[in-house]
Design a protein around this ligand. Sequence first.
Ligand SMILES: Cc1ncc(COP(=O)(O)O)c(C=O)c1O
Length: 407
Amino acid sequence: MADSTNTLGTSQPRKIKYRKTKASWNPAMQTIPVPGIRRMVNLAATMKDVIHLSIGQPDLPTPPHIIDAYVDALKAGQTGYTMDAGLPELLVALRDYYGKRYDRKLTRDNILITSGATEAMYLALSATAAPGRQFIVTDPSFLLYAPLIRMNGGEVKFIPTRIENNHQLDPDEVIRAMGSRTFAIVLNSPNNPTGAVYPRSTIERLVEECAYRGIQIFSDEVYDHLILDDEEYASVLNCSVDLDNIMCISSFSKTFSMAGLRVGWVISSQATIKSLRRYHMFTTSVANTPAQFAGVAALTGDQQCIRDMVDIYRLRRDRIVDLINQTPHLTGYQPGGAFYSFPALPPHVDGSDVALRMLKETGVCVVPGDAFGEQSTNALRFSFSASTDNIEKAFDRIIPWMAKQPF
Ligand SMILES: Cc1ncc(COP(=O)(O)O)c(C=O)c1O
């Protein structure tokens, strides 16, 4: 090896230089799919006169008393970190709110405040997924779950939900799929992207079977208030005897139109929350402080704002269901919650291609089904987080365009 003389005049071996190539990602990054939604939204951004039925967050304004609480907290100097489990006032408000809603005794130690349901889901899945552990997930499902499981070596077993069955989950099918490697199931009711709301009988059956077999349940309940028909909402929290194998995850994002304020939570056994709290300190450490004060105002303030928003979503749901039924080549159904419908094109039609052409040729942006699962390639997700006026304008374009398609 060639020597060089350093500033001290002593002779030392020359340091080996490594040529820097491209950043080399952890192979786990390969589990993160190229998001179909992004491609559509990027294209739409370059176009004029686009109507978005692609949006996954509420379009209705945040109620004013919540905004006031956020601003008041800022003005009062609440700009520091909170306690790691969350703002004590918010933990108490959530304990009381859930206690009353589900007649379930909780303590503050059953709750961890996170940066949205996204962080809660990240903590829950990445802290438990591991090689040899199988997670049952519905197909279609919200796009976060499967990559987070696979990233950590876990295995995903998809259970389909079908349009013929209004995308209801068949508990018998789930139970038949459970085996010795099954570690957990991920539930999401009301569901993104289908809007399906699972009845109490489904949740009870699965909770009971999982408790018997020692299988973990992760229940994503972010749309729990957006129930559009006259039915009682079945949460895992009011269908379970204890919380030992349950993590209930939710947030303020959808119910109170607070998606950008980033506050969510996990409710589980005290032992689980204790471990997640440690992990949370190594991820985001705490959620946004003034937003947590806004959350207290949301929970303790007048709940009429939720009923008003649900009334609006219901009217839009009824209208979009009607319009989908009038659209050639689309098969619809009645979604019972959230703000999505997931109608199907004829089998073997590529939804991704249709969504892209529809955007280019009509200026209406929807999300192709393959963003949500491997068996949903002929579906399209229509969001009715858009005004009735815009929904009607969109279908004025879509219906004649679909009529011309040679499927
Ligand atoms: C099913 C589901 N879970 C979680 C989230 C994320 O919620 P948050 O804004 O609380 O992170 C979304 C957002 O679209 C969702 O649809």
